[in-house]
Design a protein around this ligand. Sequence first.
Ligand code: PLP
Length: 434
Amino acid sequence: MDLNRSAQLFERAQAVLPGGVSRNTIFKSPHPTYVSHGKGCYVTDINGVKRIDFANNMASLIHGHAQPNVTQAIIEQVQKGTAFTLATELEIEFAELLCQRVPSFEKIRFVNSGTEAVMAMIKTARAFTQKSKIAKVEGAYHGSYDYAEVSQTASPATWGDEHQPHSVAVARGTPDNALNDVIVIPYNDVDKALHILNQHKETLAGILIDPISHRVGMIPATPEFIDALYQWSRDNQALLLFDEVITFRTSLAGAQAKYNVKPDLTAIGKMIGGGFPVGAFAGRSDVMQVLDPSQSPLLLPHSGTFSANPVTMVAGLTAMRLFDQPTVDKLNQLGDFARVQLTDTIKKVGIKACVTGAGSMFRLHFKAQAPQHYRHAYTNTLQTQATKYLLNYLFDNGIMMINTGSAMLSTPMGKKEINYLVEQVTSGLTLVKD
Ligand code: PLP
């Protein structure tokens, strides 16, 4: 086996892919490691090295790799055809399952990614309210759509006053309209957020919020913050837009069930695709009605060549049927176990670090105290280097995590994998400390 095969592939890739990659979030140290195959919670690279997969394709593989029932369902569907211009019964069955599980889901529409789901949700909110602005939380990631991206990479040099965060552009050439139409609010600070929202009462179509945003620091929103946004949206004819593309895994009805709130619309994705590209947005019947193609005039044209394709539908349906209450409970308990064990080991090592997260997701921070919002969680050069060092150490010792220091559990995992993670984090942190 040629041990430099990944390095060679990366060199080849750089000739045809910008930066040698197809997505910026790929784990690179110093080049991507190319995969041979995955099974359960393990991934084997092309050099035959096996690692526990705590990244799970950026939180999308709730059952890990090649889950037998999902695989069988996909194979059967592939043999019958993969995409049709006509509809299939599968999309109705999947829509029924999701709408039965989530009280706020009266109607749902499937798309092909979380980005698309958030984009379509924002457009639906605009079409329904006939207003153009949205508000979003500073630093929150909602996919690659101009409006959803605003402030996603805010830094001390650009983020402005904490009472009035700037609408920071992510990409060169972002239209001024996108910046003007996206209002940025601080996270978990009711007074500051309401003060800003009140300045845009007449023009806000909706407030977009991920209740446990990974990029903000994987810090659960406080119930007071969610309640305040919900109430403000009722009082000002705006919609509450939940992005549960990641957090949907926290219960059968997503994080909204924990907050006991019914958002007007919710975007989901990732795990509901059973390993295939997917997104969906769902919510109030009267709001979703803007998508009804039989209306005249048509309020919101919306299409997608591969939306609700039968392979994704059957993969997702099978994966979500397996994601039942005992399974969610077990996964969340494993998350609690991991957070407690990691916090314990941080204390024992005596390093300035902490763990945030909820349910089956957690994130390590090189911060003495759990951050409360994006600016707290923002890492300086030293903290960024420490995270990179630790993740590289873990990677070299059989553990793969997301490059922010986050982990997403999958159902084939048990205490054995968590114990191994804790053991390796302990050694890695000891080295970082030294
Ligand atoms: N929203 C959130 C909260 C996400 O974390 C992501 C992806 O990481 C997205 C939206 C975009 O989803 P996708 O990568 O499927 O386009």
